[in-house]
Design a protein around this ligand. Structure first.
Ligand code: BG6
Length: 489
């Protein structure tokens, strides 16, 4: 009974992210017995709703994804009983004070810890942080605030946001979320590198020809055009999700697994990178396409997007890390919406085997003879290594085979959603997977000059049909560095 209480307030509770990700993740944590005994969840939003309305709304997206144990319905009911709703404006100190009162009632004078998850549009962000900080825990407990991107649009606006946040919160209270860091295979990157003898010694310019970070979605900005048009794919995916993966991939060995040690290494590698340049960049935008009698819309068909928008929905870039380990190795990134498939993966292409005795077995296509390590972050999580192998038989013919770690075959349990890992870490105060402000600065420093140039010069994107493999320019960009995209595009 005297255990500390934890209240989790989801600000923006009726939004899509809250409904689809945050509440289901909280339920999964509850189901797995990962939440503290004394926890309460508050939904906070503008619409007038009762506790029962919130519970009804939340119940629709809860799933027992972990397994189909019989007590699932019971667990859901218990979970929903811990969920409450408070209606208020995002910038109203009075409304937050009312919330504070309700929280205090639940806390009943015990040590109280408070976590606020701000799942709200950027324009009301600061006001909301100010208000939330007014309802900070007043006892011995902690107060933490999870913030979602966009963290600004460029270096300046991001720095202004950081400054404003720090008026109300200490850095160690701010949990900047990048949900890609919570994905199972991204977390596994360090395990793969640092706990297997065979990878880390090869992890450098000496053995790696290029690294590819690929993100694709097979749907457009449907319904999100209003947000997206102000940001574009470079800010939406590259500057955060892909760059974070790159930093983890390329960083030096941290002193320990401690959050500060890991983030120190990530910052270092980001600072060793060259800011992006227009000549190493391709931007695209999807146009309408009719296939099988169905017409898929162009990006600009979205009512919330201006007809003359030049916002990229696709981008490919070559990045370079100017340090001893990675000098000269191209890191190619590619991200796009409305493409032919949905996928996120890391591809590591190794160099040719020097003096390879078997070269002639590959004819002129030497590319076929090199090893490639693929880390498929999603869907159908897998890690596989392409190796050369003798085709069984009396002749000497080689082909490529995969040493394959297919998660679905190897592990019977379903993989937790990224938000589960991250929410649990925030409750436990583990900062390893959250972005520190200096990391954010370094990330913006790499992209800001390019983003400005694209906008100032009004660079016309290369148009690609909805559902296609994206602009052909991405192919030429890779070819400039003697690279072929591993995903066959
Ligand atoms: C978000 C982007 O950060 O990530 C979206 O804003 C994108 O545009 C989403 O669709 C992709 O996340 P996931 O986990 O579905 O791959």
């Amino acid at each position: 009974e005297n255990e500390p209480t934890v209240s989790i307030t989801v600000v923006g509770a009726s939004g899509d992210l809250a409904k689809k990700k945050i509440f289901p993740a909280l339920f999964a944590l509850y189901y797995e017995d990962c939440l503290p005994q004394q926890f309460t969840i508050y939904g906070y939003a503008r619409s007038k709703m009762s506790d029962a309305d919130l519970r009804h709304m939340v119940s629709k997206t809860l799933t027992c994804r972990i397994d189909k144990r019989e007590n699932c319905t019971e667990k859901m009911e218990q979970f929903l009983k811990r969920c409450f709703y408070h209606s208020g404006q995002y910038d109203s100190p009075e409304n937050f004070a009312e919330l504070d009162k309700k929280l205090k009632e639940h806390e009943g004078g015990r040590v109280s810890n408070r976590l606020f998850y701000l799942s709200i549009p950027p324009n009301i962000f600061i006001d909301s942080v100010r208000c939330a900080s007014l309802s900070a825990s007043s006892g011995n407990g902690w107060t933490r605030v999870i913030v979602e991107k966009p963290f600004g649009r460029d270096s300046e606006s991001s720095a202004a946001l950081t400054k404003a946040l720090k008026q109300y919160l200490e850095e160690d209270q701010i949990f900047r979320i990048d949900h890609y860091l919570g994905k199972e295979l991204v977390e596994n990157l360090s395990v793969l590198r640092f706990s297997n003898l065979i990878f880390e010694p090869l992890w450098s310019r000496q053995y790696i020809r290029n690294v590819q970070l690929i993100f694709s979605e097979d749907f457009g900005t449907e319904g999100r055009g209003g947000y997206f048009d102000n940001y574009g794919i470079i800010r939406d995916i590259m500057q955060n999700h892909l760059l974070q993966i790159l930093a983890l991939f390329a960083m030096e060995t941290p002193v320990s697994l401690d959050a500060e040690d890991i983030r120190n290494e990530k910052v270092k590698v980001l600072r060793s990178m060259r800011p992006l340049q227009l000549e190493n960049m391709v931007v695209g935008q999807y146009k309408s396409h009719t296939k099988g009698g169905v017409t898929y819309p162009a990006y600009t068909d979205d009512k919330t997007v201006p007809d003359d928008s030049l916002t990229p929905t696709f981008a490919a870039a070559a990045l370079f890390i100017d340090n001893a380990r990675w000098d000269g190795v191209p890191f190619l990134m590619k991200a796009g919406k409305a493409l032919h498939n949905k996928r996120a993966e890391i591809r590591v292409q190794f160099r040719h085997v020097p003096g390879n005795l078997y070269n002639r077995n590959f004819g002129t296509d030497l590319d076929c003879a090199t090893n490639e390590l693929v880390i498929r972050v999603q869907p159908d999580e897998a890690i596989y290594l392409k190796i050369n192998n003798k085709v069984p038989g009396l002749g000497m013919r080689l082909d490529r085979s995969n040493l394959n770690l297919h998660y679905a075959a190897r592990y019977s349990k379903e993989i937790p959603c990224a938000y589960e890992r991250l929410l649990l870490d925030a409750v436990e105060g583990e900062r390893r997977l959250f972005i520190r402000s200096d990391e954010l600065d370094a990330a913006w420093a790499l992209f800001t000059p390019l983003l400005k140039e694209l906008e100032e010069k009004k660079i016309i994107p290369e148009y690609y049909p909805y559902g296609s493999r994206g602009p052909v320019g991405a192919h030429y960009l890779a070819a400039k560095y003697n690279v072929r995209w591993g995903d066959g595009v």
